[in-house]
Write a protein that binds this ligand. Structure first.
Ligand SMILES: [Zn+2]
Length: 375
């Protein structure tokens, strides 16, 4: 085992459980994260359409950024010479970076995999690059996030033969990441793979649990499988992962997914959905999704959600938002992003509170009914 792990830079405690749902706290060099938590995504060191000041106001506790994008542009050396990612993007709270694996494997024909790593072609200028577990660790060290991810392979979820192969590769790569991980107090999470196959998920969770990572992600979900399969896989994996380590469900972030994921013992979520929906004129509420571009909103003086305490709902009507969208004003994306992120941050907070008060099931029932009922 690693002797250089600085446990004083990262801790995780579970304070309360209600069923399988957990309320806890992660402590990182850049501050604390109360869990369960939703992490907005700043793909290119920027949460689209929002300033860090707005993210603070939204009580965002931790951001995710993408190694693949930052490696290609502006490059990890530029970010390191600007003082690391926290200083570069002026976000002094915790940051998590992914390993680059997911993006590289999403490139389809633009990449080639072998045991060593992955060769890929830049989507920006067509140049050739290689990611290996060691290279991913070096890049993430220069970026300087508090939590970094092991380099893994994320295969299509339904192909068993491919999933067996990819899982074994992911396990070997996880061991190489542990050997190559930075010695500077950054915390490395392992990633469980295995598609929609319970036996593979079990094997992967067991293998990685034995490697004793300080935290674990469940990868390869929300990539085209059914919700039923997704929840079944989370259940299988969480039954094996150690209770005292955080569990992070990657790339998942609808209100429904947060509720059901937390019910299965997930602590962390990230997703581009709230900001992506905002750029496509949609608001996520606890009564379902609303398309503000609809003509029906032209004369509507009500806010998106009268029960929402966000800056957008406190100050602007649907008619104004519809106008901004029609006039192609950038403010539309900002105001909708504020609302959508607020919704998920507050939802995670409310569920956390319900776990502490042993009211989790009751609150979930109310939320599920509200989401199904719609407006
Ligand atoms: Zn709102």
């Amino acid at each position: 085992m690693e002797k250089t792990t600085k446990t004083n830079t990262f801790t995780f405690d579970v304070f309360a459980k209600d069923g399988s749902a957990r309320a806890g706290r992660i402590i990182t060099p850049h501050g604390n994260v109360e869990t369960p938590v939703f992490m907005p995504v700043g793909t290119q060191a920027s949460v689209k359409a929002l300033t860090p000041a707005q993210l603070h106001e939204l009580q965002v506790q931790i951001l995710l950024s993408n190694t693949y994008h930052l490696y290609l542009r502006p490059g990890e050396d530029t970010i390191a010479s600007c003082g690391g990612l926290h200083t570069f993007m002026n976000w002094q709270k915790p940051i998590l970076t992914d390993s680059g694996g997911y993006q590289v494997f999403s490139l389809g024909k633009l990449r080639k995999i072998d045991e060593e790593g992955v060769w890929f072609t830049s989507h920006i200028d067509g140049s050739k690059h290689q990611f290996t577990p060691e290279i991913s660790m070096q890049i993430q060290e220069k970026l300087g996030a508090d939590i970094i991810m092991a380099f893994d392979e994320c295969p299509p979820p339904h192909d068993k033969t491919y999933n067996i192969e990819a899982m074994h590769r992911t396990h070997l790569w996880a061991e190489r990441c542990l050997k190559a991980k930075p010695k500077n107090g950054q915390t490395l999470f392992g990633i469980v793979q295995g598609g929609i196959f319970p036996d593979l998920r079990e094997a992967s969770a067991q293998y990685l649990a034995n490697l004793n990572f300080p935290g674990y992600a469940i990868g390869g979900l929300s990539v085209g499988e059914s919700k039923r399969d997704m929840l079944a896989m989370i259940k299988v994996v969480n039954a094996i992962l150690p209770e005292n380590k955080p569990r992070y469900l990657m790339g998942v972030g609808t209100p429904e997914d947060l509720i059901e994921g937390i019910a299965q013992g997930v602590d962390m979520f990230d997703c581009v959905l709230p900001t992506r929906l905002a750029r496509h004129h949609a608001a996520q509420t606890l009564r379902g999704r609303i398309n503000l571009a609809n003509a029906a909103n032209s004369q509507n003086e009500r806010p998106i959600d009268p029960d929402c305490g966000c800056y957008t709902c406190q100050n602007f009507s649907r008619a104004y938002l519809k106008h901004l969208i029609s006039a192609r004003e950038m403010l539309a994306a900002t105001l909708l992003s504020i609302h959508n992120i607020h919704t998920l941050v507050k939802l995670a907070e409310r569920l956390r509170q319900s776990i502490l008060e042993k009211q989790f099931d009751l609150v979930c029932q109310e939320l599920r009914a509200s989401l199904q009922q719609g407006e």
